[in-house]
Design a protein around this ligand. Structure first.
Ligand SMILES: [Zn+2]
Length: 385
């Protein structure tokens, strides 16, 4: 029996080494595949014991070239977090910044090769956080350009690498986080155990999940409208009808927009089994709420008109209420992690409608200014240089 398992693993390893063909560089191991079989079988029991939402601390590292260019604005980062929090809400997962963004100016690491991983990450990983490294571009050890990669839980590495150039209109980060929480590609391992269209072997073929339709590996087989264009049939002669929207597929990145229910459940189970040391610290505060103005957009009629301006070099913020409303308001400033760092009343009747805030005690970066009062509110983002 032992010999059988060993030879299976050798065959699997040989197949896996040929499977590097897409923009995803995450390498499936035989050990992970074996563990995933167990995790999928146990996911229902594991997740049944869970209560409350899972808050994942994320440390963002951004590599810049010698000119300080990263290809990523703060808006891009915020947009990515917003997207993640939508996509993973079905797994009750929420991602938040655990601490300030780590900027790394390094021309060599900006065009990153996988062989440089230790130099980039070994001394920079934040413990007990998911570390996301945004670099300019990534080439794998074979010299091929890839968009991102990470590790399955067995590797005990809390690192995800993403090329900034791949982020535009893309699901690359969510795809890699899917791997980080144990999911494999919806086509499983190309060339081994194909899943039947009728689902007869869905528990032990393909991606081992039954609510993702059989997938013949969509690389190069999906058009600009996200339709599957190949007319392949499975070993029963049934025509494939794969889901080109699934984030863990090889459909073009812009088509991929959702996880299946089973995938969400497996990710939650993987967190509970493998990553439960990722817990919210005392500073936890959601960023998405006021980043996306979700609370405010619901009540547009109550929108307050404000103007916020940074005074570069002086560490000061000017806040002006434009509606001509008189009365008491509250001015709040949040940092990028969502922590309230400044709060002051503003009485426009007695003090006028302008106010200068002294933020000299705070580092440069992005801040959010909220003004609340007279049944109205406003939120503005501002960059303090
Ligand atoms: Zn992948």
């Amino acid at each position: 029996m032992k010999r059988f398992i060993l030879s299976s693993i050798l065959i699997l390893s040989a197949l896996l080494s040929q499977a590097q063909e897409s923009s995803c560089g995450t390498e499936l191991t035989a050990e992970h595949y074996k563990n995933l079989v167990e995790l999928v079988g146990d996911a229902q029991r594991i997740t049944a014991m869970r209560s409350g939402s899972i808050k994942i601390p994320v440390k963002v590292h951004i590599v810049q070239n010698a000119d300080g260019y990263s290809g990523l604005s703060m808006d891009d980062i915020i947009f990515e977090f917003d997207k993640l929090n939508d996509l993973f809400s079905g797994a009750d997962m929420e991602f938040y910044l655990s601490s300030e963004i780590d900027y790394i100016k390094d021309e060599e690491l900006y065009d990153f090769n996988q062989s440089e991983e230790a130099r980039l990450a070994a001394s920079r990983d934040e413990p007990n956080a998911m570390n996301i490294y945004f670099v300019g571009s990534i080439t794998n050890k074979q010299g091929n350009e890839i968009c991102g990669y990470t590790y399955y839980p067995e590797a005990n590495r809390d690192r995800i690498f993403v090329a900034a150039g791949c982020l535009q209109n893309s699901s690359t980060l969510a795809h890699e986080i899917g791997h980080y929480f144990s999911l494999i590609h919806t086509h499983g391992i190309s060339g081994i155990d194909p899943e039947a269209v009728n689902g007869e072997n869905c528990e032990k073929a393909g991606d081992l999940l039954c609510d993702t339709p059989a997938d013949p590996n969509l690389l190069g087989k999906v058009d600009g409208d996200c339709s599957y264009t190949a007319h392949e049939r499975d070993f029963n002669g049934d025509a494939y009808d794969p889901d080109t929207r699934n984030i863990m597929s090889y459909a073009p990145s812009y088509c991929r927009s959702e996880f299946s229910m089973d995938q969400l459940k497996v990710m939650t189970a993987s967190y509970l089994e493998n990553k439960s040391y990722l817990v919210a610290n005392d500073d936890y505060s959601p960023i998405a709420d006021f980043v996306s103005n979700k609370n405010f957009n619901d009540e547009v009629s109550n929108q307050l008109q404000i103007k916020v301006y940074a005074n570069p070099g002086a560490d000061q913020l000017g806040v002006e209420i434009l509606d001509g409303l008189e009365g008491e308001f509250r001015v709040q400033v949040f940092n990028i992690m969502g922590n309230l760092i400044y709060e002051e009343p503003m009485d426009t009747y007695n003090q006028g409608n302008k106010m200068i805030l002294d933020l000299s005690a705070n580092v440069r970066g992005v801040y959010f200014v909220n003004v609340v009062g007279k049944g109205r509110h406003a939120s503005e983002k501002v960059m303090l240089m």
